[in-house]
Design a binder for this molecule. Structure first.
Ligand SMILES: Nc1ncnc2c1ncn2[C@@H]1O[C@H](COP(=O)(O)OP(=O)(O)O)[C@@H](O)[C@H]1O
Ligand SMILES: [Mg+2]
Length: 374
């Protein structure tokens, strides 16, 4: 809970287009964010995440479309009339001010009474665990501490919407993991509607209630981390989420007597009867088969619970022994298939392997639209 009332608000983007001269940064963004929700905008560099966030903040005006907070349209309102706070990648703290004054600054601008400022600064500092640093100057702080100051300053005004643009990307890996869970817990506690931008899929999966995956100015899919991983809507999302990346293999669909054959240049996978109706429009055509490395198993490492399965063969081309996992690059003839398995298994390069595929976990995409069919 916030100190006083909770000011949550739902946020809606309607057909937002943004052009910068000849560059089309956003090609029609529609997004509904519930009050109190933590939504992550995820996508590669240049896909339009920051532009989307700046339009929500009011730092940028859309070329077309609307921004709505609750039932109030805010498309053309300046940032100060939106009740938002923003945290940037660079630790934008003022070097000549103490931590206390940095956090107090936005309240001073709003002419909040001194005692109220003091109460709120201490509240925010405690939440971010920087109470003992209030008298220090930014140059006496680590990067992580400075970013905590920036977050404290953002929440001290009790914004309706908290916007964060890659706030952890300047921190070292260990600190990033720690801050990830701290920001998430903080958000749960104060329940502020939060929109968080990152290009890091692990950050998105661990922090977001929902993730909006973006590519080239468009939203490719919005869903919970579970949906984005298990039910990717298209080839882009399927390939962007998951590490190592999903394997993509062109296959021709052929109807067999008691099922469907997926015929690739290197192997044939047989799907049971129930797939016939799902794939009947694709018989004779090429589709893209998607299999995640973690849904294939060397013989001896196949879970007993696997129900529908088939096998492929190949030669071990390369092995990445990561300790907890072993990543096998399997040459199936004309393609390399990546398989993720237990770290205790260490096959030799050149060895022939049989790999069992969990057919319940495969994906099939339309080759033209790249949309998921299965
Ligand atoms: N002020 C600007 N002027 C011109 N082009 C811009 C401006 N801001 C962003 N762009 C362009 O818009 C696209 C999206 O940028 P951005 O939203 O910053 O992407 P991301 O944050 O996902 O990396 C990019 O092609 C970028 O070069
Ligand atoms: Mg950006």
């Amino acid at each position: 809970m916030f100190m006083g009332d909770t000011y949550m608000v739902d946020v809606h983007l309607r057909g937002v287009v943004k052009r910068f001269g000849k560059t089309i940064a956003l090609r029609g963004i529609d997004l509904d964010i519930n009050d109190g929700e933590f939504v992550v905008l995820l996508g590669p560099s240049g896909c339009g995440k920051t532009t989307t966030l700046r339009i929500i903040a009011g730092l940028e005006k859309p070329t077309k479309g609307k921004v709505i907070f609750g039932n109030r349209e805010v498309t053309y309102l300046p940032p100060r009339e939106r009740n938002i706070s923003m945290v940037f990648q660079s630790y934008a703290v003022w070097p000549h001010m103490t931590v206390y004054d940095n956090i107090a600054f936005p309240l001073k601008i709003k002419k909040v009474p001194k005692e109220e400022i003091d109460k709120r600064v201490k509240w925010a500092a405690e939440l971010l665990q920087i109470s003992e640093l209030l008298n220090r100057y930014p140059h006496q702080l680590s990067g992580g501490q400075r970013q905590r100051v920036a977050v404290a300053r953002a929440i001290v005004v009790e914004p309706q919407v908290l916007l964060m643009d890659e706030p952890l990307s300047n921190l070292d890996a260990l600190l990033r993991v720690k801050m990830r869970s701290e920001i998430k817990k903080l958000q749960r506690r104060i329940k502020v509607t939060t929109i968080y931008v990152t290009h890091d899929q692990v950050e998105a999966m661990t922090m977001g209630d929902r993730i909006a995956v973006m590519s080239a100015g468009k939203i490719m899919q919005v869903g919970t981390p579970w949906e984005i991983y298990n039910k990717p809507a298209n080839v882009f999302v399927a390939g962007f989420i998951g590490s190592p990346q999903m394997n993509f293999i062109d296959v021709t669909i052929e109807e067999a007597q008691d099922g469907i054959n997926l015929i690739s240049s290197d192997f044939t996978i047989k799907l049971p009867q129930e797939y016939i109706s799902l794939l009947k429009d694709y018989v004779g055509k090429t589709m893209i088969l998607g299999i995640r490395p973690e849904h294939m198993y060397p013989i001896g490492y196949v879970p007993a619970s696997l129900q529908k399965k088939d096998k492929i063969k190949g030669i071990v081309d390369f092995v990445e022994a990561l300790g907890s996992d072993t990543i096998i690059h399997l040459n199936t003839g004309s393609k390399i298939i990546v398989v993720k398995t237990s770290g205790t298994y260490r096959p030799k390069i050149g060895e022939e392997l049989e790999i069992v595929i969990d057919l319940d976990k495969i994906h099939l995409f339309d080759k033209n639209t790249e949309k998921a069919i299965i």
